[in-house]
Design a protein around this ligand. Structure first.
Ligand SMILES: [Zn+2]
Length: 429
């Protein structure tokens, strides 16, 4: 079997075993359409690699009982780290993408990238120990950052609060500190991969996630493959211009969705109302060396005020939701997908306001509304989606690796599973 073909077959078979829970080899030929010989060869290799185990036999229906297969979730583990201005979330997940250890700490603040990565490496060690995971089974780290990302394994043109991270070599430094391979991904794309891996999108193979944490972006999975664009920066829907003469955004252009209505704009507007700022308990944010609350935690405070019945808080969020819904409409018009998942810490906090706004606009205004509905849903793991997605990316890369521009410092898997450069990386579900 050619290497590329074998990789594709491996991916399809791992997908089918994951989706089924337990399945026989014959069952795999039915669900995948692959030949019995191909299924046998690939399953044998997966068993030899310890990824799949034989778990017993199915009830006999007259013939020879069939041996059942399932993934061994403890065979491999992966680490996901999500760096945001608001917080640093670390998780260890098993092969099924289930989090076995999770921690969230305050964001980098004024600490240098070097300090933060030393702390992150120590936290990764601590979580791996806490979960009782054999370190030799940890495949690597998926490091998730707001971007824009560069092919050198860092961020270029960082958000204003994270200027110290501009062009910092994140992947090579964290790789050196932990001894683990590190893959870099942006928050929205990681969230999309995590959503797919964790089963949040069911059988839907093409979908978008609308990610809102500190910033706003979209992650895209099309025909089962994460679409990253030419430099890993596809989906920057937050920087769609809605007002040509609007205020200047940190990205350099004017009147973007993010500068008009992103989380920072919501918090700034709430702060301009003394009554609302007091009701939400927003800090004045200027004093001394106290750690400053993040935009995400401030937005969550506005959302709590809205939930408690403060009409001004609800107005501010509903105004933002109209703009975000316009961005969602643009994304879905562009991609013509049937599913949109809302995720990220800000949508975890205020999803009850944004979800109906997005649903309403797509139902009334989508160009293709006569052709198909769009399933708009709130992620079940909206607050931790990027970190889980970072770990899922590592698992996916291991199962069907495709050398990409953002992988560093080394391959995540034995070379015999390698996919030739340029091959797309199908996702596993
Ligand atoms: Zn912008």
């Amino acid at each position: 079997m050619a290497q590329a073909q074998r990789s594709a077959s491996t991916s399809v078979i791992v997908d089918a075993i994951r989706a089924s829970g337990t399945v026989s080899r014959v069952g795999l030929t039915v669900t995948t359409g692959l030949t019995g010989a191909t299924v046998s060869t690939v399953v044998r290799r997966l068993i030899d690699d310890g990824l799949v185990v034989e778990t017993g036999r199915a009830e006999s229906t007259g013939g020879k009982p069939r041996v059942l297969l399932e993934l061994d979730p403890t065979a491999r583990y992966a680490v996901g780290v999500h760096l945001d201005h608001a917080s640093i979330t670390c998780t260890v997940t098993d092969l099924a993408g289930t989090s076995v250890a999770l921690s969230t700490h305050p964001g980098p603040g004024t600490r240098s990238p070097a300090e933060v990565l030393v702390e992150t490496a120590a936290e990764v060690d601590r979580l791996v120990d806490e979960a009782g995971v054999d370190r030799s089974r940890v495949l690597g780290i998926g490091f998730v950052a707001p971007g824009p990302l560069t092919s050198d394994g860092g961020m270029h043109r960082t958000p204003p609060e994270m200027r110290a991270w501009t062009d910092y070599p994140i992947t090579s430094e964290l790789g050196r500190l932990t001894g683990l391979p590190v893959v870099l991904e942006n928050d929205a794309t990681a969230s999309a991969i995590g959503e797919h891996w964790a089963g949040g999108t069911g059988t839907e193979n093409s979908f978008a996630v609308l990610y809102m944490g500190t910033g706003l972006g979209a992650g895209l999975v099309l025909d089962g493959v994460a679409y990253r664009g030419s430099s890993g920066n596809a989906g920057e829907i937050g920087h769609t211009t809605l007002d040509l003469d609007g205020p200047v955004c940190w990205c350099g252009t004017r009147g973007c969705v993010e500068v008009l209505a992103g989380p920072a704009a919501v918090v700034a507007e709430a702060r301009r109302s003394p009554d609302l700022a007091a009701a939400a308990g927003l800090s004045t944010g200027t004093s001394g060396s106290e750690p400053q609350p993040s935009v995400v935690s401030d937005l969550a405070a506005v959302a709590r005020a809205a939930a408690a019945g403060h009409p001004g808080a609800r107005d501010v969020l509903e105004r933002s939701a109209r703009y975000v819904a316009a961005a969602a409409l643009t994304a879905v018009n562009l991609l013509d997908v049937r599913m949109l998942v809302l995720t990220g810490a800000s949508l975890a906090a205020a999803g009850d306001i944004y979800l109906p706004a997005v649903r309403g606009v797509l139902a009334s205004s989508l160009f293709a509304r006569g052709a198909h509905p769009v399933d708009v849903r709130l992620s079940r793991t909206a607050a931790t989606a990027p970190a889980l997605g970072g770990a899922a990316l590592v698992l996916q890369t291991h199962l069907v690796p495709a050398p990409g521009p953002l992988t560093s410092p080394g391959p995540l898997a034995p070379p015999r599973h390698g996919t030739p450069p340029g091959e797309p990386t199908p996702l596993s579900t």
